[in-house]
Design a protein around this ligand. Structure first.
Ligand code: PEP
Ligand code: MG
Length: 570
């Protein structure tokens, strides 16, 4: 038996066999061969396998996403059927006596160059498709499974370097009991996704993950970050007891499902859910969420090679509104950059991505992109209480510029006779310290604030939110951070606008009463944290919440504040 601890990022207990997700090694070496026919046969086999895989993906896409999205796979099948493409590879093997992998690599380069040199923009874009199908053929040649997650049929705990949003999306519906990642922390996006799906997860395991072999018996505790490899009988028995307690607590929390968020004496705090895809709203509604406080719209733009059209975005936003049946749905406009990449925009790599060309800064510069999203949002706002939120705001001028583009979107839709809702509330994220400090001025420009504590902590403590080496400096209870929240809430309260928190702090166990005491009116979190937040609030009067907040604000250090908080949680 071996035990260690990393960062618990998504609560819950899991017991299953380990499944290691290997990094794909697609490097190609120019090996020479003697048996040309055998090497050519490998190409034929790999291409045939790719055809079967793509046909399967096409059918799944047609069933789960739509016919239009499935068309891309038809195009890939046509390319694979092209004799020039396959003969390109077999020809290189015959001429140069090289291995199939190398032939595949060179053939891909040749075809891509040919497409890129064409005048037609559509044909130039086919270079990416060639890259895609060649990668698939190469993976087949190297015997790399299409996607290990797709192949999961037995209960397992995944071990990976990190999981991309599409990996995490793949987990849905599979018997994945939990996962462990080598990198990341509470606010990395795989952790956020784990919480919204209610899957126990641990991040920042680093090299300790090397202790785990495929098929090892594993225990994982997503709240403490503890991992046990090959547990003994006593540990297993303890685990079973803990699991039964967890089940009891779940039953208790379920009684809060249909209750409004409020303190024991009735001070309202609206409890909402964070989502990344429209379907997540269903879980928020099922778990008694009083709205969606943050829809991270950039998830619609990630893990794909093209941009979602106005129509596709409209469909997604409308779906979220419909799932929430009239309850508020705050949709944040694109927040890319930082740790979120959108391949279709080919943004340059930056030295300091979190401080760089990101979020509203991109949208105000690439207004076509912004206009498309705003048009889709205004149209979808006919189907519910949709509200628009701008991220990474640092000044009143940015708000005014963003509102000008919003007005432009309204003018365009009016001129085209397209139906939309013009009376949409507009708010901003407060996640840059200067915005918190100047919140009194910004409150006059908008209908609501939502404090993005993930970034607010990162910027005010000067600590990269995804760097596990310095995660000990990432202190949500730093009195400096609490003062920024207090300042923001005070400005909002005085100006009569709502002020939410939508960073991970909102859903951290025990934190709801503190944030309520600081003057926050709305809390938005992973769906799985909502019931516990309601229960935490119901345990205290508003006066108690205010006293907690005052004591933490007055604490001489982050450590002192953390000790106070831990004492109350006992
Ligand atoms: C935040 O910064 O707190 C936030 C909610 O946004 P994101 O985590 O997507 O940056
Ligand atoms: Mg943020």
């Amino acid at each position: 038996m071996l035990k260690w601890k990393a960062i618990g990022v998504s609560e819950g207990l899991a017991h299953a066999k380990a499944l290691i997700i290997k990094e794909e090694d697609l490097t190609v070496v120019k090996d020479t061969i003697t048996d040309v026919a055998a090497e050519q046969q490998r190409v034929t086999d790999a291409v045939e396998k790719a055809q079967v895989q793509i046909a399967q993906l096409r059918d799944e896409a047609e069933k789960n996403i739509g016919a239009a999205e499935a068309e891309i796979f038809d195009a890939h099948l046509l390319m694979l059927d092209d004799p020039d493409f396959v003969e390109g590879m077999t020809g290189i093997i015959a001429d140069e006596k090289v291995c199939a992998e190398y032939a595949c690599f060179v053939n891909c380069e040749n075809f891509q160059q040919m497409f890129r040199a064409m005048d037609d923009e559509y044909m130039q874009a086919r270079a990416a498709d060639i890259g895609d199908i060649s990668k698939r053929v190469l993976k087949n040649l190297k015997g790399i499974a299409d996607n290990a997650i797709d192949a999961v049929t037995e209960p397992c705990i995944l071990i990976a370097n990190d999981l991309t949003p599409s990996d995490t999306a793949r987990i849905g519906g599979k018997p994945v009991m939990g996962f462990i990642t080598r990198i990341g922390g509470r606010t990395s996006h795989s952790a956020i996704m784990a919480r919204s799906m209610g899957i126990p997860a641990i991040a920042g395991a680093g090299d300790r993950a090397d202790d785990i072999a495929d098929g090892d018996d594993l225990l994982l505790d997503g709240s403490t970050g503890e991992v046990v490899i090959a547990p003994d009988a006593e540990t297993l028995a303890d685990f079973k007891t803990k699991k039964a307690e967890e089940e009891k607590r779940r039953e208790f929390l379920a009684t809060y499902r249909d209750r409004e968020g409020a303190t024991a004496d009735g001070r309202r705090v609206v409890i909402e859910g964070n989502i990344g895809k429209p379907d997540d709203a269903v879980r928020v509604a099922e778990l008694g969420g009083e709205g969606v406080g943050l829809f991270r719209s950039e998830f619609l733009f990630m893990d794909r090679d093209d941009l979602p059209s106005e129509e596709e975005q409209f469909g997604a936003y409308k779906k979220a509104c419909e799932a929430m049946a009239g309850k508020p749905v705050i949709i944040r406009t694109l927040d890319i950059g930082g740790d979120k990449e959108v391949p279709a925009l080919s943004l340059e790599k930056e030295q300091n991505p979190f401080l760089g060309y990101r979020a509203i800064r991109i949208c105000l510069n690439q207004t076509d992109l912004f206009l498309t999203q705003l048009r889709a949002l205004l149209r979808a706002a006919q189907y519910g209480d949709l509200r628009i939120m701008f991220p990474m705001i640092s000044s009143a001028e940015e708000i005014r510029s963003a509102k000008q583009v919003l007005q432009q979107a309204k003018d365009l839709l009016t001129a085209e006779g397209v139906a939309f809702n013009a009376n949409v509330k507009v708010g901003i994220m407060i996640e840059i310290p200067v915005a918190a400090i100047c919140a009194d001025a910004l409150a006059k420009e908008v209908d609501f604030f939502s404090i993005g504590t993930n970034d607010l902590i990162q910027y005010s403590c000067a600590v990269d939110r995804i760097n596990e080496k310095i995660s000990y400096l990432y202190r949500p209870l730093h009195p400096g951070v609490l003062r920024l929240i207090r300042m923001t809430a005070k400005a909002a309260n005085e100006n009569g606008i709502e002020v939410g928190v939508c960073g991970e702090m909102a859903g951290t166990p025990g934190m709801a009463p503190i944030l309520c005491g600081l003057g926050v009116t709305n809390l938005s979190m992973s769906a799985s944290a909502m019931l516990a937040a309601k229960a935490d609030l119901a345990d205290h009067t508003f006066a108690e919440c205010q006293t907690f907040a005052e004591q933490l604000l007055a604490a001489p250090s982050a450590t002192a504040a953390e000790e106070l908080f831990a004492g109350w949680r006992k």
